[in-house]
Write a protein that binds this ligand. Sequence first.
Ligand code: IMP
Length: 432
Amino acid sequence: MGNVAVIGSQWGDEGKGKIVDWLSSRADVVVRFQGGHNAGHTLVIDGVTYKLHLLPSGIVRDGALSIIGNGVVVDPWALMAEIEAIRKQGVEITPERLMVAENAPLILPVHGALDEAMEMTRGNKPIGTTKRGIGPAYEDKVARRALRVCDLEYPDVMRRKLERMMLHHNALLKGLGAPEVSVDEIYDQLMAVRDDILPFMAVTWQVMDQARQEGKKILFEGAQGMMLDVDHGTYPYVTSSNMAAAQAATGSGVGPDAINFVLGITKAYTTRVGSGPFPTELEDEVGQFLGEKGHEFGTTTGRKRRCGWFDAVAVRQAIKLGGITGIALTKIDVLDGLKEIKICVGYELDGQRLDYLPASQVKQADLTPVYETVEGWSESTCGARSWADLPAAAVKYVRHIEELIGAPVTLLSTSPERDDTILMQDPFMAGR
Ligand code: IMP
């Protein structure tokens, strides 16, 4: 029996919510290890919909401990608002059930202002961020000027650090022609929220260590997807954290040996929100069909997602870089009714064939996908719970994807319903 990390293998929105929900019902500890409230995981349990952004999915499960790890950037106001909203849905959230790493950096209101101001400077080439202040907060962490959860305990330290930080940011905001942000205002807001947050603060690496010693099952819950990874994604059109499974260790304070199985959530086609390269994007009626049938609108910002064919090259790369053991293939039912389906098996650049996604943004923008066309199916796959329920062409599609990406399909999801799943292997039991 081992621990499982769940990560996205594309540009996020692969349908992690349902899979994480299923896994979290069997985990003792669920930990978030990167990102912040830019994420959006929708869980439907007994007909009740929960929309989570920052809280780990274990929060809606009795008996599971939820941890927000040090790799997450925490907006204390967003966290309290989410806690209140979920409490209103009847979920008990106590410091015994939710712990926040004492060394997690804080997102402050100035980070949202900077996120917005920086996007303005990018003119007609914005990143298309969620404007949650994620990037600027991670910048502060690396620049060693971040306020962290533990600083909330000491108002005078908090004030000193805040003054130093604002010296930097206000110079920048002024230079950008944006309104400056007052130290007093942020300080007062922090003083008002600290008593709500501090009870949840914990030495989470010790809690994780204890859980491991007791043989508890840990689920590492990733957000976003490998193509948005700050090192390995379509830089600079990425978010500011690492999605690779290695980050599950660093971002929660355990060694890499704590992760026994990495499940890569993978959509049967491709979507992306925000700007940036997307070689298999479809700006035609097929793209529209996928968007409408797949309800492709962002959970956090409500933005329409761009849609395209499955990119086996990008996913194969994500599997290698992310350390993915097996994939959960989601939303195959969205492809029902298409006469033929295309799969990207390579790229062409300046007359040359590439079998990988190059790092250069110049090259990424110029790639032409090389497609293989496979037969579609007219029957419905929606709600299938065994291979025998699937049309032969759908089985062929899945098997071909496995071959192209070099990883097995561990789980196939055939509708948003929890039980509409075909399980090949239990990730908690199959770990290395
Ligand atoms: P940021 O994380 O707000 O800085 O946004 C950077 C890029 O990541 C933008 O293209 C966002 O649309 C994208 N992004 C951030 N979070 C998510 C997510 O949870 N799902 C999909 N895309 C995301």
